[in-house]
Design a protein around this ligand. Sequence first.
Ligand SMILES: NC(=O)c1ccc[n+]([C@@H]2O[C@H](COP(=O)([O-])OP(=O)(O)OC[C@H]3O[C@@H](n4cnc5c(N)ncnc54)[C@H](O)[C@@H]3O)[C@@H](O)[C@H]2O)c1
Length: 335
Amino acid sequence: MIELSNNWLITGGCGFIGRNLITRLLADGNCGIRVVDNQYVGTFEDLVAITPDVITKVSLDTMTPPALGTCQMIDTDIRSAADAMLATKGMDVIVHLAACTGVAPSLEDPRFDCETNVFGTLNYLEAARMNGVANFIFASSGATVGEVEPPITEILPTRPVSPYGASKLAGEGYCSAYFRSFGVKTVALRFGNVYGPGSTHKASVVAKFIKRAISGEPIHIYGDGSQTRDFIYISDLVNAILRAAEAEQAGGEVFQIATSHETSVSAVTTVLLDILSRKGIANVEVHNEAVRAGDVKRNYADVSKAKSLLGWQAETTLEVGLAATIDFFLNNEQK
Ligand SMILES: NC(=O)c1ccc[n+]([C@@H]2O[C@H](COP(=O)([O-])OP(=O)(O)OC[C@H]3O[C@@H](n4cnc5c(N)ncnc54)[C@H](O)[C@@H]3O)[C@@H](O)[C@H]2O)c1
């Protein structure tokens, strides 16, 4: 059982991963939570939907520390260094999730991706240093490594292909430097393809396919579907974040956080369609489209390092995780 105490600051806390982490902290923890989010993607309303009674919006000028069992949200941009300094005061753990997420937006506007992901991360590392925040968890990605023969490991050379991969790699670099130069206990976690309840706004394979199937639209697979990914269920990912926050020997380290299972998009689609048909959604059309430029053919990660240093591994099977995700989307649809 993980001890969840202290004050947690979660940047990007209104988003998919943030809301799932907060749900878990509020349910199991004895902690105060503060969220920084500019509502670029997730909103205060999304956050409040978790449990309205204990979540409030506060302003940087008048806020007091979050009481145990409550969550407060500050509407600000991580690109503001001054706001980062104020928001991190009195915090014990920072989970830095806010980012320009995804490869496509980074190709459209590399400078915006850099300002958000590199300077935004630097702002919160520097604020952690100045305010004596002991723990800093950074949301990184396998995109830091680039095109390699999988499995991806932490010791492979990093040759990002996209600006997004480059900005996440810069974040990993600053995390390493802030641990080694200033003693901030940083841990960079490279998440696999995360799926699960709460992913309504995500355009990733699982969320997109379920949304289309439920609304009676065809599913589009790029190429023949033999491309592979490492799909990790959200509650396993949240466990990894909690483990990283309390691990003693993980300062300055990078970890692959995935399942070590290589799963093709076709295989995921087959499982999805099977579960959907058992829930009364049958005859979903599947169309194969042209291969998308820049899509990696094979991708999965070796998680041995997380297993040995964090004592963590994913536990949820694809069938169980997908069934729970479909239930979430069906329930949301009914609402
Ligand atoms: N979901 C995945 O499969 C996956 C995989 C690898 C890495 N990651 C990383 O995990 C983190 C969280 O991902 P997610 O899926 O929850 O994304 P998300 O888009 O659901 O949530 C990100 C949140 O950050 C906020 N945000 C964006 N820019 C901001 C800014 N400048 N200032 C303040 N807030 C800002 C958004 O409003 C949003 O609520 C990201 O750093 C992402 O790169 C996610």
